[in-house]
Write a protein that binds this ligand. Structure first.
Ligand code: C2O
Ligand code: CU
Ligand code: CU
Length: 521
């Protein structure tokens, strides 16, 4: 499809909506007339036509930590433009990416609890962007609501929006993050309505680590042994470019993917911090890994091969919302899109010279492995995993005055396969829930197939799964609802009044309308 640059006045309303900004309201939303039940599509593999490189040939990159442009006693100020850049991802090929600061993954932002961060962003891409801090307790103006577009600085991308509440800005804007929240591994990524999947796929994602005194005081591995691992899958064309089954490769106006990919797009190249199946050299000590699944639709079940003979492979210390109360031993780690796990691995279990593959038991063929560790030296280890990590307040279901039912399921909209919540496609002008500020609510989530459900603003606790009580206490912002399941989560809606999104974090489901709104009142 060619780019549409006509003046809106010469187009019908339907065409106008198509060329405007988010491009959004069609075809998924404009009419709710016929939501027909259709067969439910699964995520599907998009095979690379580029030759796949041999695994474990490149070193694990660690994203740069972004330096503030200035600081004040209360605030760190950052510049984080988004732009097109070229990167060598597959050895010998150039890949054009869209990156924060021209990098994929974007640079890591390091934050401290209670210390404000202000990010100035200039959009040098040819399309609108919206930046969201995933897991952030952020005022609504800075939360990256999907229609709060930052339009390209160059060109004349149309600014009209069919959402009267949208705050659309051209060229440059700032986001303010108070970060009144516990230490946790957050991440930031694009959230442009209807185009989040392809824009994250092109590279718009990075780590955002919040630290605090409580976490710092623990003897967990630190510094170079506190390592972020962003895992995501991609597909590459023979010339090195990223492949994605978008209906409109320019991502200017027409949203959506080819019908066969409506269930989600899987790639056959597994990247860690942007490198294909990298290798990481380690000492025989403990490491803390902050593992993020930044894939559009792929789930992972990670295991060490060989597993240590006398201890557990992983000691989990945290989740999406920061530290657990006590460490938990795990042989495998399951991660749905957007979930994070904070784990310690002790390589003292292996002699120098050992190579250990991080396998993905949920993947086939090239997706069955992720990266490799190579134990290269002995080193003194002063770190430890204490028995007590933190305290977590257990939210009391008896205090919840409101229980809401939310059904996540496929639905057909205008002959397209899409995704709905309670039978409805995303509409920025519809409010699905109005929790009172400070109130506690139970949200009962049900599914057709699996959906990683994510709430903005709040972290929640899982109360029950198919009626079975969940005892483990953890703060989550994304929970992977399994097929045909009912899960109750409890949250306290405090922080800020205003409009926020909740949605499935399979990005193709999200783009194809599996999103709703709540307004904290
Ligand atoms: Cu990570 Cu609304 O998103
Ligand atoms: Cu989020
Ligand atoms: Cu989904």
């Amino acid at each position: 499809m060619t780019e549409q640059r006509h003046s809106p006045g010469r187009l019908s309303r339907r065409q106008t909506l198509r060329v405007l900004g988010a491009g959004v309201l069609l075809p998924w939303v404009a009419s709710s007339c016929s939501l027909l039940r259709s067969s439910t599509p699964d995520a599907r593999l998009l095979a690379s036509t580029a030759p796949l490189p041999k695994p474990f040939q490149v070193p694990l990159p660690i994203p740069d930590v972004l330096k503030p442009t200035s600081t004040s006693p209360t605030t760190d100020y950052y510049d984080l433009p988004v732009r097109v850049a070229e990167q060598e991802i597959l050895p010998g090929l150039r890949t054009r990416i869209w990156g924060y600061a021209g990098q994929f993954p974007g640079p890591t932002l390091e934050a401290r609890r209670g210390r404000r961060i202000v990010v100035r962003q200039r959009n040098e891409l040819p399309v609108p962007v919206v930046t969201h801090l995933h897991g952030g307790r952020t005022p609504p103006e800075s939360d990256g609501y999907p229609t709060d577009l930052l339009l390209p600085a160059r060109g004349d991308f149309p600014s009209g929006m069919p959402d009267p509440r949208a705050k659309v800005v051209r060229g440059q804007r700032t986001y303010e993050f108070p970060l009144d929240q516990r230490a946790a591994t957050l991440w930031y990524h694009d959230h442009r309505m209807d185009f989040t999947g392809p824009q994250v796929w092109r590279g718009l994602a990075g780590f955002f680590v919040v630290r605090d005194d409580e976490d710092d005081a623990l003897p967990l591995p630190k510094g170079a042994k506190d390592v972020p691992l962003m895992i995501c899958d991609r597909a590459f064309a023979a010339d090195g470019s990223l492949s994605y089954p978008a209906l409109d490769a320019s991502l200017r106006s027409r949203p959506g993917v080819r019908e066969a990919y409506a269930g989600g797009v899987l790639g056959d190249v597994i990247l860690v911090n942007g490198a294909p199946w990298p290798e990481f050299e380690v000492a025989r000590t403990r490491y803390r890994f902050r593992v993020l699944n930044a894939s559009n639709a792929r789930r992972y079940e990670l295991a060490l091969d060989p597993a240590p003979s006398e201890s557990s492979a992983f000691v989990q210390v945290g989740t999406d919302g920061g530290l657990l109360e006590r460490p938990a031993t795990r042989e495998t780690l399951t991660l749905a899109p957007a979930e994070r796990l904070d784990v310690v691995v002790d390589f003292a279990a292996y002699p120098v010279g050992t190579t250990i593959v991080l396998r993905n038991r949920a993947g086939k063929d090239s997706a069955a492995q992720v990266m490799r560790f190579r134990v290269v030296r002995n080193e003194r280890d002063d770190s430890a995993v204490p028995n007590r990590l933190s305290r977590i307040e257990r939210l009391d279901p008896a205090r919840a005055k409101v229980t809401r039912d939310l059904r996540f399921e496929s639905g057909e909209v205008h002959g397209h396969t899409g995704w709905t919540i309670n039978g409805k496609a995303f509409d920025p002008t519809r409010m699905d829930a109005r929790p009172k500020l400070g109130s506690t609510e139970i949200w009962r989530l049900t599914s057709d197939i699996a959906h990683p459900v994510h709430l903005h603003l709040v972290h929640f606790q899982v109360l029950s799964i198919d009626g079975r009580k969940v005892r483990d206490l953890a703060w989550k912002d994304t929970h992977d609802l399994q097929a045909a399941q009912t899960v109750e989560v409890i949250a306290r809606f405090d922080g800020y009044r205003g409009r926020y999104a909740f949605h499935c974090h399979n990005l193709e489901h999200e783009d194809m309308a599996m999103m709703g709104n709540f307004e904290v009142v």
